[in-house]
Design a protein around this ligand. Structure first.
Ligand code: IPE
Ligand code: IPE
Ligand code: MG
Length: 241
């Protein structure tokens, strides 16, 4: 088997979509779907650890999600805080390192403190690296990276800027690009998620709603991934050498 057909993806990114529809199917408020979705996160991470995946990125809240009704935004903030505070001890014990990707300055001081605490107290862990994208937007990230590069290199000519220069200022600067992106909820779009990093990511879309995304659904995605041929612009003959 060629190295272009890895058995297991090293980095899997998830767009956790479909909480609202899950709740609607049950005649429940949208917040109940988010609560169920948040409780699903733990199981998905356990399943990823069990399958030897070393990096997981979860899209939890986009820069555009602030435009939702304020009671829904409040419910999501409450769940984020509860998750950060409630999971940190288990993460520390289970070797999970947590990092938040996004502009956390827009969150309450309580959430910002909980993020810092969770990041600091899991910083030494290395079994699974978990990244939660919160107030994250790919366009903001890229704009921020370009501005940061320009500030760090005052007066530099445009030719001096290269891909590595941009990558050095992305939230994901220390991370490998995702090998596999899984979006639940049936939509086939990125919704401003990891626009730069997904250049050669395998994209998997499933109708399963996030609260229903169980071990069997993950395994289905991983089997699909195994069947991909990652060519990175080359021909099939070249990568099979
Ligand atoms: C994803 O579920 C969670 C967030 C965007 C925070 P949605 O709330 O978007 O669920 P649907 O798409 O309305 O079903
Ligand atoms: C993407 O889902 C954002 C997250 C899952 C956090 P959305 O539900 O916000 O995406 P759109 O609006 O359907 O594209
Ligand atoms: Mg949605």
């Amino acid at each position: 088997m060629s190295p272009q057909r890895p058995i297991t993806p090293q980095h899997v990114a998830f767009i956790m979509d479909g909480n609202g529809r899950w709740a609607k199917q049950r005649l429940l408020p949208r917040a109940a779907g988010h609560a169920k979705g948040a409780s699903q996160v733990r199981k998905v991470i356990e399943n990823c650890v069990a399958r030897g995946i070393s990096h997981v990125t979860l899209y939890a809240f986009s820069t555009e999600n602030w435009a939702r009704p304020s009671d829904e935004v409040s419910a999501l903030m409450g769940l984020f805080l509860k998750y950060l505070r409630g999971e940190v001890a288990d993460m520390r014990e289970n070797g999970i390192r947590l990092r938040v990707l996004g502009d956390i300055s827009a969150f309450s001081t309580e959430i910002q403190a909980a993020v810092r605490d969770a990041e600091e107290s899991t910083a030494h862990n290395s079994r699974l690296s978990l990244h939660v994208a919160a107030n994250y937007g790919g366009r903001n990230e890229l704009l921020g990276a370009m501005k940061a590069w320009m500030k760090a290199n005052p007066g530099a000519p445009p030719e001096a800027l290269d891909a590595a220069g941009i990558e050095a200022y992305l939230y994901t600067k220390d991370l490998p690009a995702p090998d596999l992106l899984i979006r639940t909820g049936g939509e086939c779009r990125l919704s401003n998620f990891l626009l730069w990093q997904t250049a050669y990511t395998e994209l998997y879309f499933t109708d399963a709603l996030w609260p229903d995304f169980d071990a069997a659904a993950l395994d289905k995605a991983l089997i699909w991934f195994k069947g991909r041929e990652r060519r990175f612009g080359k021909t099939s003959e070249q990568v099979q050498l």
